[in-house]
Each structure stands twice: as structure tokens, then as C-alpha cells.
Design a protein around this ligand. Structure first.
Ligand code: GLA
Length: 392
């Protein structure tokens, strides 16, 4: 199996866009080691779009832009590997990449062989400019089978943005991860939109075929290619917590060479990463209490639970991971952010309860009377690891 847990790494697009080059890539590889990101589990360095010339060579192969990559791709790949990291690249299922460079349609086997020769370990495969006459599942199968026969293990990262019902056919293609939505940008508006639709893809995820909620914007602070308004620290923490709990790949998108301490502390939080990398990869589920099940008075008090999703996931050691995500503009109250033990298979009769540890603050609470509620500020979250214990 190529990816037994969601891949962790860095991708050039969010910050660098077309301004990608070998210096940025190699310095980012150095930074992964220096800052402890590699030791925290981040493994892939991925070059996104715009790395190549506008024409293939006389033998029909893709050519790295010599101004951006003067030593060629094998050189960069060797460097990345020398740091104990893996090397990723980008192409597209259409005639052109999304930024208008040559792409792999009708060149799948040639390109897969080229990537293998360059020592590529991961291929992100986009969906722009594809022929309408061929369905998406066939386009992704074409590259998947080429990669499976290229002589090298290359993780296949499908990027069809959830369109054409990707979730229904993606597992047929052998892709190891697949984008569930359109592109993220560095703003609360984008983060909230993507967070609200995340739930649609959850049940389609599986080990070795992970739903990819798009690259992280943590630490961009409004800078770079998709940098817009930027987000607050709470918002970046919510973003990282939600992506981690829902089992998304975590591909860093900021310029890690200059990331601040807050960003580093978010990205390397061991307890959060352990939830994301839990080996069982059980499906997360929503445990909001439906308004209709509450007494009339409580119904009136409850905020729209749609804006305050609460997710849980059973972990391999018997703990639960539980996250409350306040996407609304109002603080949560005891009606809108409530966790009931019986929703987690722990009825009163079990004699068991939960000891909840906040993974960001370390604060511990024991749930009493089968119920827990939290006050979570607007645009913030509470992510907890919950241990099943006998009732005190
Ligand atoms: C699409 C993808 C992005 C990025 C760009 C590159 O928009 O969804 O993640 O790869 O193309 O052009």
C-alpha cells in the first residue's frame, strides 16, 4: 500500500504560484529539516503548476523551465531525497495545465516514465482543459495505469475538485488522494465555505484513497499567490484542527522558510497530527443534536448547528477525537455546542464516561451526567482527545 495514512507535506502553489524555482524548493526542503517539520511527520515536497516550458521536446517529453530549474528535475529530486524527504510534481489530465502549460492528455505513459526517471514519488493531477468527450473516471484511469506501470512507486493525487461526482468513481481509479472541493484561498470566507461542505465527502474516504480538502493556508497571513485577507490565529487553528480530524492530507501552503512560531506550533502539534495519522482511519461522524430532538425552549436557544459542526472519530486505542468548530459569528452556548455521551455509544447504563483533554491547551475535564458543553468563541474550535473511563 502506498499511503497507509493521509500524506503530510508542503506544496508550492498557495504561496509561490508561477514564481516557483529550484532555490525555493531546495530551501523549503532544508527548512522542513531545520524546523522539525520533517520529524513531526511532514514528508512530501511538491512542486505545483508552472515548472515547465510551453513546448515539449523533440521526443515529446515535458521540459522543466531552465530559468526556474537550471539543473533539471533529477537534481532537485536527489536533493530532496538527500534530506530524507519525498519529491512530488504536478501535471493535468487535459491538454494544458490550469495555468496553460503542456499537460498529459494522450502523453500519459511518456510522462509517467519521465516522472519515474526524475525520481518523483507523488503526482498531483489536475482537471483543466480536458476533452469533454472522455469522462473524468477514464481520464484519471489513464494516468493511474501509466503510473502503476512506470517502474516506480508514485502516489497519485487526483485534483478534479469534487466535480463530476468524483467521490463516486475515484476509488476505481487507484488514486491515493482526491480533492473534494474547488480551490482554497487565504481568507475566512473561503475557509468557512470549504469547512461547511466538507461533510459531503466524509463517507467516501478510505485508507489509501483520502479526501483532500485542499492545501493548508495556515501561516500565509495574507501573503503569496492565494493570499487574500489572511486569517486570525484562531481561524488557522480551526482550519488545521478540522482538516486533521476529518482525515484530510495536510499539505502546508505557506512559505515555511519564514514561518513564525505560532504557525510552527500549529503545524507541529503532536496530538493533532496523531489524530490525523491514526492508523485505523475510522470515518468521522457528526454528533450535533438535531434541533427537533430538543425541548421547545432549547430549540429556540439553539444556533444553527450547521454553522457549528461537531465531529467525532473513534481512534485505534479506543479513545475518541472530538472537535467543536464554531464557524458562526456568535459564541457557542450550552445548546449549540453540546456533546452527549450516548451519541458516542456510552449510555448511562455503561457505567463509563469520558475524560476530555483539549489538545491545544492540555486542559482536562471529566464529563458528568453524560453531557458536556463548551463555550467556543466565534471562528474558533475546541479539539479534544477523549479517554473512556469508569464513572468516578
Ligand atoms: C488548480 C488546482 C490548484 C492548483 C492550480 C495550478 O486550480 O486546483 O490546486 O494546482 O490549478 O494551476
Amino acid at each position: 500500500m502506498l499511503l497507509s495514512t493521509p500524506p503530510l507535506g508542503w506544496n508550492s502553489w498557495n504561496t509561490f504560484g508561477e514564481n516557483i524555482n529550484e532555490t525555493v524548493v531546495m530551501e523549503s526542503a532544508d527548512t522542513m529539516v531545520r524546523t522539525g517539520l520533517r520529524d513531526a511527520g511532514y514528508e512530501y515536497i511538491v512542486i505545483d503548476d508552472c515548472w515547465l516550458l510551453r513546448e515539449r521536446d523533440s521526443e515529446g517529453r515535458l521540459v522543466p523551465d531552465p530559468e526556474k530549474f537550471p539543473h533539471g528535475m533529477k537534481y532537485v529530486s536527489d536533493y530532496v531525497h538527500s534530506k530524507g524527504l519525498k519529491f512530488g510534481m504536478y501535471s493535468c489530465a487535459g491538454f494544458l495545465t490550469c495555468a496553460g502549460y503542456p499537460a498529459s492528455f494522450d502523453h500519459e505513459f511518456t510522462d509517467a516514465r519521465t516522472f519515474a526517471e526524475w525520481g518523483v514519488d507523488y503526482l498531483k493531477y489536475d482537471y483543466c482543459f480536458h476533452p469533454d468527450s472522455i469522462p473524468g473516471h477514464i481520464l484519471y484511469k489513464r494516468m493511474a495505469v501509466a503510473l502503476a506501470n512506470c517502474g516506480r512507486d508514485i502516489a497519485f493525487s487526483a485534483c478534479s475538485w469534487g466535480s463530476d461526482e468524483t467521490k463516486l468513481w475515484i476509488k476505481e481509479t487507484g488514486a491515493n488522494l482526491w480533492r473534494t472541493t474547488g480551490d482554497i484561498n487565504d481568507s475566512w470566507k473561503s475557509l468557512k465555505e470549504l469547512s461547511l461542505i466538507a461533510v459531503d465527502a466524509l463517507r467516501y474516504g478510505a485508507i489509501n484513497c483520502y479526501p483532500d480538502m485542499d492545501m493548508l493556508i495556515c501561516g500565509m497571513n495574507g501573503n503569496g499567490n492565494v493570499g487574500l485577507a489572511g486569517c486570525t490565529e484562531d481561524e488557522y487553528r480551526l482550519h488545521f484542527s478540522l482538516w486533521a480530524l476529518l482525515g484530510s492530507p495536510l499539505m502546508i501552503g505557506c512559505d515555511i522558510r519564514s514561518m513564525d512560531e505560532t504557525t510552527a506550533s500549529i503545524l507541529t502539534n503532536k496530538a493533532v497530527l496523531a489524530i490525523n495519522q491514526d492508523p485505523d482511519y475510522n470515518q468521522p461522524f457528526e454528533i450535533n443534536i438535531h434541533t427537533a430532538t430538543l425541548p421547545q425552549h432549547d430549540q429556540e436557544q439553539q444556533l444553527s448547528s450547521g454553522e457549528i459542526p461537531i465531529y467525532a472519530k473513534l481512534l485505534s486505542n479506543g479513545d475518541y477525537a472530538i472537535g467543536i468548530f464554531n464557524l458562526s459569528d456568535t459564541p457557542t452556548n450550552r445548546w449549540s455546542a453540546v456533546i452527549m455521551a450516548d451519541r458516542l455509544g456510552l449510555p448511562e447504563t455503561s457505567g463509563m464516561t469520558l475524560e476530555l483533554t483539549d489538545v491545544w491547551t492540555g486542559e482536562k475535564t471529566v464529563m458528568t451526567n453524560g453531557i458536556y458543553s463548551a463555550s467556543v468563541a466565534p471562528h474558533a474550535c475546541k479539539l479534544m482527545r477523549a479517554r473512556v473511563i469508569p464513572k468516578p
